[in-house]
Structure formats: structure tokens, C-alpha cells
Design a protein around this ligand. Structure first.
Ligand code: NOJ
Length: 510
């Protein structure tokens, strides 16, 4: 007779097999459905995994200060130790080797490299740390894919001139990027300038939930800020900073180093809440005010016409030189995609919250259910649901609006809701199913012409998830919070088999 755990595994196996076959995606996805040169990777970011928060010359960054503020993080967690990747990076690189990934996306901690920004010197220990990472990745045949800025920045920039609110940030960001190109560009050939400028603007300056906690009513009760204006200013400074870095890279580094450079955006897909003209217009506005807001300037040189129409003079403008600077300033688009929402038309519906019935939101609300039915199975992050077809529709939108632009899925992943966390801790069938169905959706989009060049699973390992601390687990590897021991989940074994193009529906062979 099979032991109890064997029975459970067998049941899960049949469940997985059935669910994959009965899903809206008809084919079972496998590696050979992607081109040979397609990149499969995993992603992390510095603050979420490194720890070592004041070691070897690193200064305090905005997230160090914020997480140490009483009551800011409900669980009281912070990234002081995180996954202690700073000391355990060799083990993590071995895990990358086990997975057989082609590339590893990670970010550089700004405050480790330039602890005082442009007001101080480069920290050689910081540079050395990333050199060790890059060299060891290359030794294992894993390509480094580097995000220059992923949320964390030296606190001193916030204190000196309010960081992204000021055009002064451009000089600092260019120096940071230049330092990265000079020190790592001989080996790093794929660069993303900024991770999720749209999320940063929304959470830091509209909702006031991320540092520097700026907002105004009705979005939140912050001591400083203006939720209707500041997100626009911050995004504007991020766009110009990005473009200046790309200009520098193209003029001074790309000709000899030969890499590519892009930006990473957070992207939801939106379904219409009502299947009428207004519902579809709400979808268009939701997409425009979240995605085209950032991408239109980088491809076409200006904000979308719909944003001009709705925001009028509140929308910052690009001077003539700036139009030339930002236009075409990406070699690729990075897309972080996890979930989908229904978009509600706030111009005609009374179902919207006061925070959604605003010009800065494009008068489009987000909701998770229609007629009482949730859009998909619940995930651990509040509001996130499993909606595989959303990936294809999102990629279709991006490809239609920005044809001929290469796309990397720079993040995609699953975290279980709290009631599944224990049962799914190592035997994470839902995560495997998520990856299978979302990857199948990527295939569908590629067949329709989306130029997707790579896919990064979020995340290599459980890590520090911003406002939710360690309660949210996205990893392919489980990290024990007390011992920091890494253990591969079933999904890690599945991903390894998938990348190696082995039969992966039969989990009993893992
Ligand atoms: C996107 C962010 O880039 C990453 O830092 C975060 O952990 C994931 N979303 C999951 O929420």
C-alpha cells in the first residue's frame, strides 16, 4: 500500500494532469514550443534577498528606513537579513545551475555601490560583491540580466532633494548607471534601467504606502504629498532619467560592450466589467493610465492622447529635446505580469471608490469579481487571482500598440493564499499549474505575433515581499525563516524539467 503522502501525491498528479488538459489552453506547454534562443530565467531583487544591510560600507536606503519605522510593516518584518544572499550567494548560484536557467535577473543595491549617491565615492566592496555574482553566474553558464534600480535607493537622496520628486535625481541615476556600465558592462549584456516606475509612482506618491509615503485625501492620510499630481511628476522624472541613461549607454558603452537596454513595467490585464461600450472604454482607459502612461513616451515621445485629454495641464510636458531623448529609448520592454482585473467605467457607474473616480486613474476602477464570481482563483497578494488568459491578452495589447518591440516577461509567478501556505509549502501544485497555464498563454500570444524573447519566473526563492514581509511566498525554493535553509519545492524540479525539455506532466518522475 502507498503511504499517505504517496496517495496525496498521486491524487495531486491526476489533478494536475486533468486541470492542465481541461484548461482553456488546450495544449500542454513544453520547452520546444519556444524558439531555441528563447531565454528562461528566474528573478530576484537586491532588497528582497541580500540582507547585510549595513555591511561593508553599504548605507541605509529608503526601504531600510521605512521598514524600521514603527507600524509601517504590519508583520514588523524588514530586509535586514532577508535571505542572507549577501553571504549565501554561492549556494543560490548553485541552485540556479540546478534549475538550468539561461539567465538570472537580479538588481544592484544603489546604496551598496554609491552609499552617498553622487555626494560620495564608489564603494569598492559593493562593486566586488556584484563582480563575484556576475563572474560565478558566467562560470555556471547563466547570463546576468541586471535591473539597475528596483525600489531601493540611498536614503540620503530622499533627504537632500526628495529623490524622484526632483529633476536632480537624473544626475544621480545617470551616475549610478554609469558606475554599473563601467564596472560590469564588459560581462552584463542585458540591462533594465528601472523596475516598475508605474508601481513606484502609485504606491509611493498616490497611495502613500511605499516610501516616501506621500499622498493626499481621498487616497490616504499622509503628512505630505498630492496624490493627484505627484505620481505624474515622479513618473516624468523616471522617464527622463531612464532616457538619459539609455543615451549614455548607447553613446559610450553599447558600441564596445554590445548589450541591450530597456525598462520593466508592471502590467495587469483588464477585462470589461460591463460588456458594453462603456465597459470597453474603461478597459482602454485602465490600460492607458497604467501602461501606455510609461510606454508611449518611450516609444513615441509623448504621453498618450487620452491622458492629455483627461489630465490637461496636470500632465507634465516634454520639451523638444526631451521628446527626442525619450522617443525610442528602449531596446526591449520588460513586463511583470501576475494577474487581471475587471475595469469599471467610473464616468457612468456608481460602483467606483472615490479613489477610482479620479482623473489620475483615468476614471477607471478595478474590481476582482463580476456578478459575485471572482475573476480567477485567489492568490496570496490581496486582489491577485489566477487568470492565465490575461497573459495572452496583455501581450496582444502591448504588441498591437508597440509593434516590432521585443518583450521579456521579466516577472511572472504565484504565491498561495494563507490557507494553502502550509499544504503548498513544498508540494506546490498550484504554482506548477500557474506556470504551465501562463506559459501556454505566452505561446498563444507568440503565435499571434508577440515578439517575446524570454521569461523569468518570480522568484528564485521565497523572499521579502515589500509591505507583506515574509508572509508571501513566491519562491521556487522554500527558505526556512529561522535557519535560512533553501529547499527546492516541487515547482523547482518541474521548472528544471521544463527547461531541459523533459516530460513534465508526470510529477511522479521528479
Ligand atoms: C513585482 C516586483 O518587481 C517584485 O519586487 C515583487 O516581489 C513582485 N512584484 C511580487 O509582488
Amino acid at each position: 500500500m502507498l503511504p499517505k503522502s504517496g496517495v496525496i501525491r498521486l491524487l495531486c498528479f491526476f489533478y494536475l494532469l486533468l486541470s492542465v488538459h481541461s484548461n482553456e489552453q488546450e495544449e500542454v506547454v513544453n520547452r520546444s514550443m519556444f524558439p531555441d534562443d528563447f531565454i528562461f530565467g528566474v528573478a530576484t531583487s537586491a532588497y528582497q534577498i541580500e540582507g547585510a544591510y549595513l555591511e561593508d560600507g553599504k548605507s541605509e536606503n529608503n526601504w531600510d528606513v521605512f521598514t524600521h519605522g514603527p507600524g509601517n510593516i504590519e508583520s514588523g518584518d524588514n530586509g535586514d537579513v532577508a535571505d542572507d544572499h549577501y553571504h549565501r550567494y554561492m549556494e543560490d548560484i548553485e541552485n540556479l545551475e540546478f534549475l538550468g536557467v539561461n539567465a538570472y535577473r537580479f538588481s544592484i543595491s544603489w546604496s551598496r555601490i554609491l552609499p552617498q549617491g553622487r555626494f560620495g565615492a564608489v564603494n569598492p566592496s559593493g562593486v566586488m560583491f556584484y563582480n563575484k555574482i556576475i563572474d560565478n553566474l558566467l562560470l555556471k553558464g547563466v547570463e546576468p540580466f541586471v535591473t539597475i534600480h528596483h525600489n531601493d535607493m540611498p536614503q540620503v537622496l530622499e533627504e537632500k532633494y526628495e529623490a524622484w520628486l526632483s529633476p536632480q535625481i537624473q544626475e544621480d541615476f545617470v551616475l549610478f548607471a554609469k558606475t554599473c556600465f563601467e564596472n560590469f558592462g564588459d560581462r552584463v549584456k542585458k540591462w533594465a534601467t528601472i523596475n516598475e516606475p508605474n508601481i513606484h509612482a502609485e504606491f509611493g506618491y498616490m497611495r502613500g504606502e511605499f516610501p516616501p509615503q506621500r499622498c493626499s485625501l481621498p487616497f490616504g492620510n499622509c503628512s505630505l504629498g498630492n496624490s493627484d499630481l505627484e505620481p505624474l511628476i515622479v513618473a516624468h522624472n523616471m522617464l527622463i532619467s531612464h532616457a538619459k541613461v539609455v543615451q549614455l549607454y548607447r553613446q559610450k558603452f553599447q558600441p564596445t560592450q554590445g548589450g541591450i537596454i530597456g525598462i520593466v513595467l508592471h502590467a495587469f490585464h483588464y477585462e470589461p466589467y460591463t460588456d458594453d461600450k462603456f465597459g470597453h472604454q474603461a478597459v482602454e482607459r485602465a490600460y492607458t493610465f497604467y501602461i501606455a502612461w510609461i510606454l508611449d513616451p518611450l516609444i513615441y515621445g509623448d504621453y498618450p492622447p487620452l491622458m492629455h485629454e483627461i489630465l490637461g495641464k496636470n500632465l507634465p510636458s516634454f520639451g523638444e529635446d526631451e521628446v527626442e531623448l525619450v522617443k525610442g529609448s528602449v531596446d526591449f520592454l520588460g513586463i511583470n505580469h501576475y494577474t487581471s482585473f475587471y475595469a469599471i467605467d467610473c464616468l457612468h457607474s456608481t460602483d467606483c471608490l472615490p479613489t477610482e473616480n479620479r482623473a489620475i486613474r483615468g476614471f477607471a476602477g478595478r474590481t476582482i469579481a463580476r456578478d459575485g464570481v471572482p475573476i480567477g482563483d485567489e492568490m496570496g497578494v490581496f486582489g491577485f487571482h489566477v487568470v492565465p488568459y490575461g497573459m495572452e491578452k496583455l501581450l496582444n495589447y502591448v504588441s498591437r500598440r508597440y509593434p516590432n518591440t521585443s518583450i521579456y516577461i521579466t516577472e511572472n509567478g504565484y504565491c498561495p493564499p494563507s490557507y494553502l501556505q502550509e499544504s503548498e509549502m513544498l508540494h506546490d501544485f498550484n504554482r506548477i499549474k500557474y506556470y504551465q497555464t501562463y506559459l501556454a498563454s505566452v505561446v498563444q500570444a507568440m503565435r499571434k505575433g508577440a515578439k517575446v524573447k524570454g521569461y523569468f519566473a518570480w522568484s528564485l526563492m521565497d523572499n521579502y515581499e515589500w509591505l507583506q514581509g515574509y508572509n508571501i511566498t513566491f519562491g521556487l525554493y522554500h527558505v526556512d525563516r529561522k535557519t535560512l535553509t533553501r529547499t527546492p519545492k516541487l515547482s523547482a524540479k518541474w521548472y528544471e524539467g521544463f527547461i531541459a525539455n523533459r516530460e513534465t506532466t508526470n510529477i511522479s518522475s521528479f
